[in-house]
Write a protein that binds this ligand. Structure first.
Ligand SMILES: [Zn+2]
Length: 332
């Protein structure tokens, strides 16, 4: 899961630079037109085998995974799925949960390391982080070898990359020795908030439950579109072009149910799907970034900070109030 990003923190900053933007209209307009250029995106999916805010049976998780993977396959996407192996250890169902990871590999996806127990660097000692990486690679690596797939990426839980320059460097050097490369991300759209509201609505016995579900799905797709507007603008303003984007989402119900529509939306906006390996070849991903400390925002934000560039927008817009309220009440 991702935690709330720097959005709240940067809101005030966005307001203060509002006036400056009036003088930048020309540049902004030409930046917008650049968004029509070829756009590329890699798909990365966290918290495998499956994450849900309500109890889901092994059968449900298996079925939803099948649906999610079928949509990815339909669009010829080779995604990387980041695993928390602790979630495999369900008494009497460990084999069944391992079988979910096999579904991913059989669909030609790759598995990556997301630590054993989803430890975030902000609150975990360096030693415990290292142990969680080692403990979290056993099954995924064994399976990847069986399916002749590489095992090479690490995604930081909460995308927290360390509390100090020294800690970040030491952890990254450890990852390198483990044969793992850090997987950054540039696009997120708080899918975990929508998934919470969606899971709850699915359990609801209210008469209007099916309308609520349809509304959540519609809001979710709209929110993806709004988030894409923001991250594309950030890329244009930073580099005067569209960097290959890396999309971070989670293995959850709402993505399983709407993946095909989300991918159609991306295609309609001119996106071509590429692998994480291809995306990371872009020079932008070589830019050094500061340790994130508590917040783990998009790499576009981290690059802006590093390059000391003011942007007109910082990250995705707030999700609808109703979705936020359900999350705060039931899932936080
Ligand atoms: Zn996660």
């Amino acid at each position: 899961m991702k935690i709330k990003t720097m959005r709240t923190k940067v809101k005030t900053k966005t307001k203060t630079i509002g006036l400056l933007l009036l003088g930048c209209c020309m540049a902004f307009n030409s930046a917008q037109s650049l968004s029509q250029e070829s756009k590329k995106i890699a798909v990365t999916i966290d918290d495998l085998p499956f994450t849900a805010s309500t109890n889901k049976s092994l059968e449900e998780k298996t079925e939803l995974t099948k649906k999610l993977l079928a949509s990815l396959k339909k669009h010829n996407i080779e995604a990387v799925g980041f695993v928390n192996e602790e979630k495999l250890l369900v008494e009497g169902e460990a084999d069944g949960h391992i079988a979910i990871l096999k579904q991913w590999l059989e669909a030609d996806m790759e598995l990556g390391n997301h630590t054993f127990d989803h430890s975030g660097m902000h609150q975990t000692s360096l030693q415990d982080m290292k142990e969680s990486v080692i403990k979290g690679r056993v099954v995924s690596e064994w399976l990847s070898e069986k399916y002749n797939k590489p095992y090479r990426y690490f995604r930081h839980p909460f995308t927290q990359t360390g509390n100090s320059v020294e800690e970040k460097a030491e952890f990254e050097s450890f990852l390198k020795k483990q044969g793992l490369e850090v997987a950054p991300f540039t696009i997120e759209h708080t899918d975990y908030l929508f998934s919470c509201a969606y899971d709850r609505a699915r359990l609801s016995v209210k008469k209007r439950a099916s309308e609520d579900i349809a509304q959540i799905k519609q809001d979710y797709l709209q929110h993806l579109s709004d988030a894409l507007d923001a991250f594309q603008t950030m890329s244009d303003e930073l580099f005067a072009r569209q960097v290959p984007q890396i999309w971070l989402i989670h293995a959850n119900s709402i993505n399983a149910e709407t993946m095909d529509q989300q991918l159609e939306l991306l295609k309609a906006r001119g996106y071509e799907f590429i692998t994480l390996e291809q995306a990371m070849q872009a020079p932008a991903y070589q830019i050094e970034t500061a340790p994130s400390k508590r917040y783990g925002p998009s790499w576009l934000m981290r690059w802006a900070k590093q390059l000391k560039k003011e942007l007109s927008v910082y990250g995705q817009p707030e999700p609808p109030e109703g979705v936020m309220a359900v999350y705060k009440e039931l899932c936080q």
